[in-house]
Write a protein that binds this ligand. Structure first.
Ligand SMILES: [Mg+2]
Length: 167
């Protein structure tokens, strides 16, 4: 299987510069749903990989996060194959799941029988790309400002992603 891994905040929903865990703040960005559908139709598994350290810091609950993810899944007509989240913050304890570490990706690859070299990761921060690169997944930075040595591809909007990677 090939997969398209996606960071969440700043890629799927609006980055607010703080934790997003209320449905009213979970604003899905333009073109996201059509791009997800396009990638799905090309045979990619769609897997969201997100740091959610606010959970271990006590700012919100797993249930609140799941409410947002359920909403997203519904808007996306249930085409998202899986969600992985890392609830731990370095203030609380160490975690190999939290990006830039790679355990969430490794778990997804094992569970979904994914071929890393046929897969992509899109994120808006270097810490999204570092674990993907380590595992041989092609990396895409979505940003108008970040230039990253960890990025194989660079786009300024998600609507340009399929053209950028040539699929
Ligand atoms: Mg992000």
């Amino acid at each position: 299987m090939k997969a398209f891994f996606l960071d969440r905040d700043g890629i799927i929903n609006q980055e607010r510069g703080t934790y997003t865990y209320q449905l009213r703040d979970f604003i899905i960005l333009p073109h996201v749903l059509e791009v997800l559908l396009g990638l799905k139709n090309l045979g990619f598994k769609l897997i969201v990989i997100t740091n959610q350290a606010g959970i271990s810091r006590g700012f919100y609950t797993k249930a609140q996060m799941n409410t947002c993810h359920d909403f997203l899944q519904k808007q996306a007509q249930n085409i998202i194959d899986d969600f992985y989240y890392a609830p731990i913050h370095p203030e609380v304890s160490k975690s190999l799941s939290r990006k830039p570490d790679s355990l969430m990706f490794e778990r997804a690859i094992a569970k979904h029988d994914i071929t890393a070299s046929a897969s992509y990761m899109i994120g808006d921060k270097e810490r999204d790309l570092i674990p993907a690169r380590k595992l041989g997944i092609a990396t895409i930075i979505l940003s108008e400002t970040v230039v990253s040595k960890y990025a194989d591809y660079s786009v300024t909007g998600i609507s340009k992603v399929m053209q950028a990677i040539g699929v």
